[in-house]
Write a protein that binds this ligand. Sequence first.
Ligand SMILES: Nc1ncnc2c1ncn2[C@@H]1O[C@H](COP(=O)(O)OP(=O)(O)OP(=O)(O)O)[C@@H](O)[C@H]1O
Length: 244
Amino acid sequence: MKPGDTFGIRTRQQTKGLAVIELSEVAYSYGGGALFSSLSLALAPGSFHFLTGPSGSGKTTLMKLLYADLRPTSGEAWLFDQPVSAMGREEVTLARRRIGVVHQDVAFLDHLSLAENIGLPLTVSGRGAEAAQYVPDLLAWVGLSHRAEARPPELSGGERQRAALARAVIGAPDVVLADEPTGNVDWAMSQRLLTLLIELNRMGTAVLVATHDLNLIRQSKAQGVVARTLRLKEGQLMAAGAEL
Ligand SMILES: Nc1ncnc2c1ncn2[C@@H]1O[C@H](COP(=O)(O)OP(=O)(O)OP(=O)(O)O)[C@@H](O)[C@H]1O
């Protein structure tokens, strides 16, 4: 596969309606040199991607472009078939409700309980009744029912990561973007998180996981996941190969 290839994801015209999120020949710079000059990637509904690459290669930046936290310097990003360049703040906010993000540095509101934190994406949008309905199920799904009333500072690293995943999916997103979701946890916990992500994907959610952990990617294959692994290096996105 050549650098710059779009991984079978063709051109924008051919993919219209086939991607939940798409980047088309996107460039990005923080102000110095270009981090990316022409990146293309489309996440099909229900797809599973891993994103690897050396530290500083731009994985977090790429994820921010995928949920329109950053806007491309040139090229176009599409959220659910809408070009981000034509979207106002309100439209981006609405589109983001369909995207669950698990950040590298998980942040919670420390004065709220874990249950309240998980329900927050719904309660802030006036859907408190739904939060009350779904939070217990989500706590059970991630194995944290017994920690519902705990404050975030009391949680272990693995508990925080699982809670972050529960919070990311409470709005039933079409796609989940997880940045190093297993960064600070041991192998058993990272397998548990991977299993949760696989379950989500089997229910139809598109998933993209940025990770340094090649064992995690191998493990997903052992669990029968059909995942595409991309490697970001020197501004180029390539299919990862031999090392897996
Ligand atoms: N807000 C910012 N302003 C300026 N430069 C930034 C900013 N955020 C990131 N960078 C730089 O952009 C490059 C890519 O950073 P990014 O965090 O996207 O990489 P990464 O692959 O996610 O790294 P890691 O694996 O270490 O988390 C790095 O050189 C980083 O220093």
